[in-house]
Design a protein around this ligand. Structure first.
Ligand SMILES: [Zn+2]
Length: 95
């Protein structure tokens, strides 16, 4: 019983030490890491980051932005059409 308790304590201490080591490692690593301004994800080797205007963006978000930009013309046209429609409706209602 006593031995079991001691080994459990040692295990806890060990996991604390491991945790501290990890913390120190993460802290050391974060110096050359950047958080994505959109998703908050941390950049690393498998997730390249791009710095735009002092902000960092991960590749996943940039890819999504690219899709967004590609659909921008249509989006703009739709928004314009919607705006014109609502204007016409307002005019039709005599507002
Ligand atoms: Zn991101």
């Amino acid at each position: 019983m006593a031995t079991e308790e001691r080994s459990r304590k040692e295990l806890t201490l060990e996991s604390i030490v491991e945790g501290k080591k990890l913390e120190a490692y993460v802290e050391h690593r974060t110096r050359d890491m950047h958080a994505c301004a959109i998703c908050g994800g941390i950049g690393y080797k498998k997730r390249p980051m791009r710095c735009v205007g002092g902000r960092w963006f991960c590749m996943d978000c940039v890819r999504q932005l690219k899709d967004l930009m590609e659909g921008l013309d249509r989006w703009e046209a739709e928004a314009k059409l919607e705006h014109e429609l609502s204007k016409k409706m307002d005019e039709g209602l005599g507002l």
